[in-house]
Design a protein around this ligand. Sequence first.
Ligand SMILES: Nc1ncnc2c1ncn2[C@@H]1O[C@H](COP(=O)(O)OP(=O)(O)OP(=O)(O)O)[C@@H](O)[C@H]1O
Ligand SMILES: [Mg+2]
Length: 400
Amino acid sequence: MKTYKNLTKKQNELMNIAKGGLRRINILHGSVRSGKTWISLVLWCVWIRNMPRDKAYIMTAKTLTTLKRNCLDLVEILAGKKNFRYSISKKEGVLYGRKIYLEGVSDSGAESKIRGMTLQGAYCDEITLFNEEFFNMLLSRLSEPGAKLFGTTNPDNPNHWFKVNYIDRKDELDFFMMEFLIDDNTFLDKRYVEQLKKEYTGVFYRRFILGEWCSAEGLVYPMFSKDEHIIGCPPESVGAEYYISIDYGTLNPCSMGLWQLDNETAVRIKESYYSGRQEKRQLTDEEYYERLEALAEGYDIKCVVIDPSAASFIATIRRHGRFAVRRANNAVLDGIRITGTLLESGRLKICDGCTDTIREFGTYSWDENSSEDRVVKEFDHAMDDIRYFCATIAAKRLLG
Ligand SMILES: Nc1ncnc2c1ncn2[C@@H]1O[C@H](COP(=O)(O)OP(=O)(O)OP(=O)(O)O)[C@@H](O)[C@H]1O
Ligand SMILES: [Mg+2]
Protein backbone atom coordinates (compact mmCIF):
# COMPACT_ATOMS: atom_id res chain seq x y z
CA MET A 1 0.00 0.00 0.00
CA LYS A 2 1.35 3.38 -0.97
CA THR A 3 1.06 6.00 1.79
CA TYR A 4 0.70 9.70 1.12
CA LYS A 5 1.76 11.78 4.13
CA ASN A 6 -0.64 14.56 3.27
CA LEU A 7 -3.70 12.30 3.54
CA THR A 8 -5.47 10.70 6.53
CA LYS A 9 -5.28 6.93 6.98
CA LYS A 10 -8.82 6.55 5.64
CA GLN A 11 -8.11 8.80 2.68
CA ASN A 12 -5.00 6.72 1.92
CA GLU A 13 -7.08 3.57 2.05
CA LEU A 14 -9.46 5.04 -0.50
CA MET A 15 -6.67 6.12 -2.87
CA ASN A 16 -5.27 2.61 -2.81
CA ILE A 17 -8.64 0.97 -3.41
CA ALA A 18 -9.29 3.43 -6.22
CA LYS A 19 -6.41 2.01 -8.26
CA GLY A 20 -8.58 -0.46 -10.12
CA GLY A 21 -11.42 -0.58 -7.61
CA LEU A 22 -13.57 2.26 -8.89
CA ARG A 23 -17.11 1.53 -10.02
CA ARG A 24 -19.69 3.35 -12.09
CA ILE A 25 -21.06 5.02 -8.92
CA ASN A 26 -18.56 5.96 -6.19
CA ILE A 27 -19.90 7.37 -2.96
CA LEU A 28 -18.25 8.61 0.22
CA HIS A 29 -20.68 9.03 3.09
CA GLY A 30 -20.46 9.68 6.82
CA SER A 31 -19.91 12.33 9.47
CA VAL A 32 -19.38 16.02 8.95
CA ARG A 33 -15.81 17.25 8.53
CA SER A 34 -14.51 13.72 8.06
CA GLY A 35 -12.49 14.46 4.93
CA LYS A 36 -14.91 13.15 2.27
CA THR A 37 -15.03 16.22 0.07
CA TRP A 38 -11.29 16.70 0.21
CA ILE A 39 -10.38 13.18 -0.90
CA SER A 40 -13.23 12.88 -3.39
CA LEU A 41 -11.90 15.95 -5.15
CA VAL A 42 -8.34 14.58 -5.11
CA LEU A 43 -9.76 11.43 -6.67
CA TRP A 44 -11.80 13.41 -9.20
CA CYS A 45 -8.69 15.35 -10.30
CA VAL A 46 -6.55 12.22 -10.58
CA TRP A 47 -9.25 10.34 -12.47
CA ILE A 48 -10.00 13.14 -14.90
CA ARG A 49 -6.35 13.52 -15.86
CA ASN A 50 -6.43 9.98 -17.17
CA MET A 51 -9.67 10.35 -19.10
CA PRO A 52 -10.15 11.57 -22.69
CA ARG A 53 -9.89 15.31 -23.31
CA ASP A 54 -12.65 15.45 -25.87
CA LYS A 55 -15.43 14.22 -23.56
CA ALA A 56 -17.79 16.15 -21.31
CA TYR A 57 -17.70 16.27 -17.51
CA ILE A 58 -19.95 17.93 -14.95
CA MET A 59 -19.73 19.09 -11.34
CA THR A 60 -22.96 19.61 -9.42
CA ALA A 61 -24.15 20.71 -5.99
CA LYS A 62 -27.44 21.96 -4.61
CA THR A 63 -26.69 25.43 -5.95
CA LEU A 64 -23.79 27.00 -7.82
CA THR A 65 -22.96 28.98 -4.70
CA THR A 66 -22.51 25.83 -2.63
CA LEU A 67 -20.61 24.20 -5.48
CA LYS A 68 -18.14 27.07 -5.47
CA ARG A 69 -17.83 27.18 -1.69
CA ASN A 70 -17.58 23.44 -1.07
CA CYS A 71 -15.74 22.24 -4.15
CA LEU A 72 -14.45 24.65 -6.76
CA ASP A 73 -12.35 26.70 -4.36
CA LEU A 74 -10.74 23.49 -3.13
CA VAL A 75 -10.13 22.09 -6.63
CA GLU A 76 -8.36 25.36 -7.35
CA ILE A 77 -6.02 24.68 -4.42
CA LEU A 78 -5.58 20.97 -5.09
CA ALA A 79 -5.01 21.20 -8.85
CA GLY A 80 -3.47 24.67 -8.89
CA LYS A 81 -4.82 27.70 -10.69
CA LYS A 82 -2.96 26.88 -13.85
CA ASN A 83 -4.77 23.54 -14.13
CA PHE A 84 -8.24 24.73 -13.16
CA ARG A 85 -10.06 27.75 -14.43
CA TYR A 86 -13.78 28.34 -14.19
CA SER A 87 -16.52 30.88 -14.58
CA ILE A 88 -19.66 30.69 -12.46
CA SER A 89 -21.55 33.01 -14.81
CA LYS A 90 -20.73 30.83 -17.83
CA LYS A 91 -21.26 27.69 -15.71
CA GLU A 92 -18.15 26.14 -17.20
CA GLY A 93 -14.59 25.34 -16.28
CA VAL A 94 -11.51 23.61 -17.59
CA LEU A 95 -9.70 21.06 -15.40
CA TYR A 96 -6.46 19.63 -16.78
CA GLY A 97 -7.66 20.58 -20.25
CA ARG A 98 -11.05 18.83 -19.87
CA LYS A 99 -14.23 20.81 -20.18
CA ILE A 100 -16.35 20.77 -17.02
CA TYR A 101 -19.95 21.93 -16.90
CA LEU A 102 -21.07 23.39 -13.59
CA GLU A 103 -24.67 23.05 -12.40
CA GLY A 104 -26.73 23.86 -9.32
CA VAL A 105 -29.39 21.18 -8.96
CA SER A 106 -32.01 23.52 -7.54
CA ASP A 107 -31.21 26.35 -9.93
CA SER A 108 -33.92 26.74 -12.53
CA GLY A 109 -33.39 24.92 -15.81
CA ALA A 110 -30.73 22.54 -14.43
CA GLU A 111 -32.60 19.42 -15.38
CA SER A 112 -33.37 20.48 -18.93
CA LYS A 113 -29.75 21.57 -19.32
CA ILE A 114 -28.36 18.09 -18.64
CA ARG A 115 -31.14 16.26 -20.49
CA GLY A 116 -29.27 16.37 -23.79
CA MET A 117 -25.74 15.78 -22.51
CA THR A 118 -23.48 12.79 -23.08
CA LEU A 119 -21.13 12.59 -20.14
CA GLN A 120 -17.93 10.83 -19.22
CA GLY A 121 -17.87 11.90 -15.59
CA ALA A 122 -19.96 13.58 -12.92
CA TYR A 123 -19.15 14.91 -9.47
CA CYS A 124 -21.99 15.42 -6.95
CA ASP A 125 -21.59 17.34 -3.69
CA GLU A 126 -24.07 16.43 -0.88
CA ILE A 127 -26.20 13.99 -2.86
CA THR A 128 -29.05 13.75 -0.34
CA LEU A 129 -29.88 17.37 -1.14
CA PHE A 130 -30.49 16.47 -4.81
CA ASN A 131 -33.89 15.50 -6.09
CA GLU A 132 -34.12 11.95 -7.31
CA GLU A 133 -35.20 12.86 -10.84
CA PHE A 134 -32.10 14.98 -11.33
CA PHE A 135 -29.82 12.25 -10.00
CA ASN A 136 -31.44 9.57 -12.19
CA MET A 137 -31.19 11.84 -15.19
CA LEU A 138 -27.51 12.49 -14.46
CA LEU A 139 -26.81 8.75 -14.30
CA SER A 140 -28.62 8.18 -17.57
CA ARG A 141 -26.41 10.80 -19.24
CA LEU A 142 -23.24 9.00 -18.11
CA SER A 143 -23.24 6.93 -21.25
CA GLU A 144 -19.63 7.01 -22.44
CA PRO A 145 -17.61 3.80 -21.92
CA GLY A 146 -16.05 3.79 -18.45
CA ALA A 147 -18.22 6.75 -17.36
CA LYS A 148 -18.22 7.37 -13.62
CA LEU A 149 -20.01 9.32 -10.96
CA PHE A 150 -18.31 10.50 -7.76
CA GLY A 151 -20.26 11.87 -4.84
CA THR A 152 -20.30 12.63 -1.14
CA THR A 153 -23.07 12.87 1.37
CA ASN A 154 -23.92 12.95 5.04
CA PRO A 155 -26.42 10.34 6.20
CA ASP A 156 -30.11 11.20 6.24
CA ASN A 157 -33.39 9.42 6.95
CA PRO A 158 -33.21 5.66 6.13
CA ASN A 159 -36.22 6.17 3.85
CA HIS A 160 -34.40 8.77 1.80
CA TRP A 161 -34.52 7.89 -1.91
CA PHE A 162 -30.73 7.68 -2.11
CA LYS A 163 -30.53 5.16 0.74
CA VAL A 164 -33.42 3.01 -0.47
CA ASN A 165 -32.80 3.08 -4.21
CA TYR A 166 -29.01 3.14 -4.28
CA ILE A 167 -27.18 2.34 -1.04
CA ASP A 168 -29.50 -0.51 -0.08
CA ARG A 169 -29.23 -1.92 -3.62
CA LYS A 170 -25.48 -1.51 -3.89
CA ASP A 171 -24.87 -5.20 -4.53
CA GLU A 172 -27.11 -5.11 -7.60
CA LEU A 173 -25.59 -1.89 -8.88
CA ASP A 174 -22.07 -1.15 -10.08
CA PHE A 175 -21.51 0.73 -6.84
CA PHE A 176 -18.62 1.49 -4.51
CA MET A 177 -19.04 3.24 -1.19
CA MET A 178 -16.91 4.05 1.79
CA GLU A 179 -17.82 5.44 5.19
CA PHE A 180 -15.84 8.27 6.78
CA LEU A 181 -16.11 9.24 10.45
CA ILE A 182 -15.14 12.47 12.10
CA ASP A 183 -12.35 10.84 14.11
CA ASP A 184 -10.82 9.60 10.85
CA ASN A 185 -9.89 13.18 10.07
CA THR A 186 -6.59 13.67 11.86
CA PHE A 187 -6.12 17.09 10.29
CA LEU A 188 -8.73 18.62 12.57
CA ASP A 189 -7.83 20.24 15.84
CA LYS A 190 -8.97 17.96 18.72
CA ARG A 191 -10.66 20.83 20.57
CA TYR A 192 -12.60 21.75 17.44
CA VAL A 193 -13.80 18.15 17.11
CA GLU A 194 -14.88 18.07 20.77
CA GLN A 195 -16.76 21.32 20.27
CA LEU A 196 -18.41 20.05 17.10
CA LYS A 197 -19.57 16.89 18.84
CA LYS A 198 -21.32 19.04 21.43
CA GLU A 199 -23.10 21.09 18.81
CA TYR A 200 -25.13 18.19 17.45
CA THR A 201 -27.84 16.55 19.51
CA GLY A 202 -30.38 13.75 19.10
CA VAL A 203 -30.94 12.56 15.56
CA PHE A 204 -28.46 15.13 14.26
CA TYR A 205 -25.70 13.71 16.50
CA ARG A 206 -26.40 10.21 15.26
CA ARG A 207 -26.29 11.28 11.64
CA PHE A 208 -23.66 14.00 11.50
CA ILE A 209 -21.27 12.69 14.15
CA LEU A 210 -21.86 8.93 14.29
CA GLY A 211 -22.62 8.72 10.55
CA GLU A 212 -25.81 6.64 11.00
CA TRP A 213 -28.68 6.62 8.53
CA CYS A 214 -31.38 6.86 11.19
CA SER A 215 -34.94 8.14 11.56
CA ALA A 216 -36.01 11.02 13.67
CA GLU A 217 -38.09 9.52 16.49
CA GLY A 218 -39.69 10.52 19.76
CA LEU A 219 -39.53 14.01 21.20
CA VAL A 220 -37.90 16.68 19.05
CA TYR A 221 -36.23 18.23 22.11
CA PRO A 222 -35.63 15.35 24.55
CA MET A 223 -32.96 17.44 26.24
CA PHE A 224 -35.52 20.01 27.45
CA SER A 225 -35.72 19.75 31.22
CA LYS A 226 -37.57 21.83 33.76
CA ASP A 227 -34.52 21.95 36.05
CA GLU A 228 -32.11 23.00 33.32
CA HIS A 229 -34.12 25.34 31.16
CA ILE A 230 -36.85 27.00 33.19
CA ILE A 231 -35.93 30.04 35.25
CA GLY A 232 -37.87 32.48 37.39
CA CYS A 233 -36.88 35.73 35.74
CA PRO A 234 -34.28 36.85 33.22
CA PRO A 235 -30.78 37.47 34.57
CA GLU A 236 -29.49 41.05 34.83
CA SER A 237 -27.71 41.71 31.59
CA VAL A 238 -25.47 44.41 30.22
CA GLY A 239 -25.66 44.90 26.49
CA ALA A 240 -28.77 42.77 26.04
CA GLU A 241 -31.01 43.22 23.04
CA TYR A 242 -34.73 42.51 22.97
CA TYR A 243 -36.66 40.79 20.23
CA ILE A 244 -40.11 39.40 19.59
CA SER A 245 -40.67 36.27 17.52
CA ILE A 246 -44.05 35.36 16.06
CA ASP A 247 -45.71 32.32 14.56
CA TYR A 248 -48.87 33.71 13.05
CA GLY A 249 -52.20 31.92 12.88
CA THR A 250 -55.80 33.01 12.62
CA LEU A 251 -57.71 29.83 13.42
CA ASN A 252 -54.56 28.03 14.54
CA PRO A 253 -52.85 29.56 17.55
CA CYS A 254 -50.74 32.67 17.13
CA SER A 255 -47.68 32.53 19.37
CA MET A 256 -45.45 35.49 20.23
CA GLY A 257 -42.38 35.45 22.47
CA LEU A 258 -40.38 38.30 23.99
CA TRP A 259 -36.64 37.59 24.14
CA GLN A 260 -33.62 38.96 25.94
CA LEU A 261 -30.41 38.15 24.09
CA ASP A 262 -26.84 38.81 25.20
CA ASN A 263 -23.53 37.05 24.55
CA GLU A 264 -24.33 34.30 27.05
CA THR A 265 -27.97 33.33 26.71
CA ALA A 266 -31.29 33.83 24.99
CA VAL A 267 -34.11 34.09 27.52
CA ARG A 268 -37.78 33.93 26.63
CA ILE A 269 -39.13 36.44 29.14
CA LYS A 270 -42.84 36.23 28.43
CA GLU A 271 -45.23 35.25 25.72
CA SER A 272 -48.64 35.82 24.21
CA TYR A 273 -50.52 32.80 22.90
CA TYR A 274 -53.97 33.01 21.40
CA SER A 275 -56.01 30.22 19.85
CA GLY A 276 -58.88 31.44 17.66
CA ARG A 277 -60.30 27.94 17.62
CA GLN A 278 -60.24 27.46 21.37
CA GLU A 279 -61.57 30.93 22.14
CA LYS A 280 -64.15 30.51 19.37
CA ARG A 281 -63.30 33.92 18.03
CA GLN A 282 -60.73 34.87 15.44
CA LEU A 283 -58.77 38.05 16.10
CA THR A 284 -58.17 40.60 13.38
CA ASP A 285 -54.65 41.67 12.48
CA GLU A 286 -55.26 44.94 14.34
CA GLU A 287 -56.20 43.01 17.47
CA TYR A 288 -53.07 40.89 17.15
CA TYR A 289 -51.08 44.05 16.74
CA GLU A 290 -52.48 45.32 20.05
CA ARG A 291 -51.27 42.10 21.69
CA LEU A 292 -47.84 42.62 20.13
CA GLU A 293 -47.65 46.16 21.54
CA ALA A 294 -48.72 44.90 24.96
CA LEU A 295 -45.99 42.24 24.91
CA ALA A 296 -43.38 44.81 23.91
CA GLU A 297 -44.37 47.34 26.55
CA GLY A 298 -41.38 48.63 28.48
CA TYR A 299 -38.83 47.09 26.10
CA ASP A 300 -36.87 48.59 23.27
CA ILE A 301 -37.45 45.96 20.59
CA LYS A 302 -34.63 45.57 18.07
CA CYS A 303 -36.87 43.74 15.66
CA VAL A 304 -39.83 41.43 15.28
CA VAL A 305 -38.98 38.09 13.65
CA ILE A 306 -41.99 36.62 11.97
CA ASP A 307 -43.25 33.66 10.01
CA PRO A 308 -42.41 34.62 6.41
CA SER A 309 -45.85 33.54 5.16
CA ALA A 310 -47.75 35.97 7.41
CA ALA A 311 -48.05 38.61 4.69
CA SER A 312 -51.11 40.44 6.03
CA PHE A 313 -49.79 40.72 9.58
CA ILE A 314 -46.35 41.81 8.37
CA ALA A 315 -48.11 44.59 6.44
CA THR A 316 -50.04 45.59 9.57
CA ILE A 317 -46.89 45.78 11.70
CA ARG A 318 -45.14 47.84 9.02
CA ARG A 319 -48.09 50.20 8.67
CA HIS A 320 -47.85 51.13 12.34
CA GLY A 321 -44.19 52.02 11.80
CA ARG A 322 -43.04 51.17 15.32
CA PHE A 323 -41.20 47.86 14.91
CA ALA A 324 -38.59 46.73 12.42
CA VAL A 325 -39.76 43.46 10.88
CA ARG A 326 -37.59 40.57 9.81
CA ARG A 327 -38.88 37.56 7.90
CA ALA A 328 -37.75 34.41 9.69
CA ASN A 329 -35.50 31.72 8.30
CA ASN A 330 -38.02 28.90 7.97
CA ALA A 331 -35.74 25.95 7.14
CA VAL A 332 -37.34 23.53 9.61
CA LEU A 333 -34.56 20.99 10.17
CA ASP A 334 -31.81 23.56 10.43
CA GLY A 335 -33.91 25.56 12.87
CA ILE A 336 -34.58 22.49 15.02
CA ARG A 337 -30.89 21.55 15.00
CA ILE A 338 -29.90 25.05 16.09
CA THR A 339 -32.57 25.21 18.82
CA GLY A 340 -31.46 21.77 20.08
CA THR A 341 -27.84 22.92 20.22
CA LEU A 342 -28.77 26.02 22.20
CA LEU A 343 -30.85 23.98 24.66
CA GLU A 344 -28.17 21.33 25.07
CA SER A 345 -25.50 23.90 25.81
CA GLY A 346 -27.72 25.72 28.32
CA ARG A 347 -27.84 28.92 26.30
CA LEU A 348 -31.60 28.93 25.77
CA LYS A 349 -33.77 29.56 28.84
CA ILE A 350 -37.51 29.93 29.33
CA CYS A 351 -39.11 32.00 32.09
CA ASP A 352 -41.67 30.05 34.08
CA GLY A 353 -44.56 32.26 32.99
CA CYS A 354 -44.27 30.93 29.41
CA THR A 355 -46.61 28.04 30.11
CA ASP A 356 -47.66 27.42 26.52
CA THR A 357 -44.04 26.99 25.48
CA ILE A 358 -43.34 24.68 28.39
CA ARG A 359 -46.36 22.54 27.50
CA GLU A 360 -45.36 22.32 23.84
CA PHE A 361 -41.77 21.31 24.70
CA GLY A 362 -43.30 18.33 26.50
CA THR A 363 -45.20 17.03 23.46
CA TYR A 364 -43.45 18.30 20.32
CA SER A 365 -42.55 15.09 18.46
CA TRP A 366 -41.23 13.66 15.22
CA ASP A 367 -43.89 12.13 13.04
CA GLU A 368 -43.02 8.45 13.10
CA ASN A 369 -45.53 7.64 10.38
CA SER A 370 -43.75 9.81 7.90
CA SER A 371 -41.07 8.47 5.61
CA GLU A 372 -39.31 11.82 5.78
CA ASP A 373 -38.07 13.96 8.66
CA ARG A 374 -41.28 15.58 9.69
CA VAL A 375 -42.63 16.91 12.97
CA VAL A 376 -46.20 16.29 14.09
CA LYS A 377 -47.92 19.49 13.00
CA GLU A 378 -49.83 19.95 16.22
CA PHE A 379 -49.07 21.99 19.31
CA ASP A 380 -46.08 23.40 17.51
CA HIS A 381 -46.80 27.13 17.48
CA ALA A 382 -44.52 28.31 20.27
CA MET A 383 -42.03 25.74 18.95
CA ASP A 384 -42.13 27.47 15.57
CA ASP A 385 -41.68 30.98 16.89
CA ILE A 386 -38.76 29.79 19.06
CA ARG A 387 -37.19 28.11 16.05
CA TYR A 388 -37.55 31.33 14.02
CA PHE A 389 -35.83 33.31 16.73
CA CYS A 390 -33.02 30.80 17.25
CA ALA A 391 -32.25 30.30 13.55
CA THR A 392 -32.65 33.90 12.46
CA ILE A 393 -31.22 35.85 15.41
CA ALA A 394 -29.77 33.88 18.34
CA ALA A 395 -27.54 31.54 16.30
CA LYS A 396 -25.42 34.43 15.04
CA ARG A 397 -24.72 35.82 18.50
CA LEU A 398 -24.48 32.57 20.48
CA LEU A 399 -23.03 30.10 18.01
CA GLY A 400 -20.85 32.46 15.96
N1 LIG B 1 -5.85 15.55 3.32
C1 LIG B 1 -6.13 16.66 3.97
N2 LIG B 1 -5.16 17.59 4.18
C2 LIG B 1 -5.40 18.73 4.86
N3 LIG B 1 -6.60 19.05 5.39
C3 LIG B 1 -7.60 18.18 5.22
C4 LIG B 1 -7.44 16.96 4.51
N4 LIG B 1 -8.60 16.31 4.52
C5 LIG B 1 -9.47 17.09 5.19
N5 LIG B 1 -8.86 18.21 5.63
C6 LIG B 1 -9.45 19.28 6.45
O1 LIG B 1 -10.64 18.80 7.04
C7 LIG B 1 -11.75 19.64 6.71
C8 LIG B 1 -12.96 18.78 6.48
O2 LIG B 1 -12.78 17.97 5.35
P1 LIG B 1 -13.92 17.82 4.25
O3 LIG B 1 -14.48 19.14 3.89
O4 LIG B 1 -13.37 16.98 3.17
O5 LIG B 1 -14.98 17.03 5.12
P2 LIG B 1 -16.40 16.43 4.68
O6 LIG B 1 -16.37 15.01 5.13
O7 LIG B 1 -16.66 16.68 3.25
O8 LIG B 1 -17.34 17.25 5.63
P3 LIG B 1 -18.90 17.72 5.42
O9 LIG B 1 -19.72 16.48 5.61
O10 LIG B 1 -19.04 18.67 6.56
O11 LIG B 1 -18.99 18.31 4.07
C9 LIG B 1 -11.29 20.39 5.46
O12 LIG B 1 -11.90 21.64 5.39
C10 LIG B 1 -9.82 20.51 5.67
O13 LIG B 1 -9.57 21.62 6.50
MG1 LIG C 1 -18.22 17.80 2.30
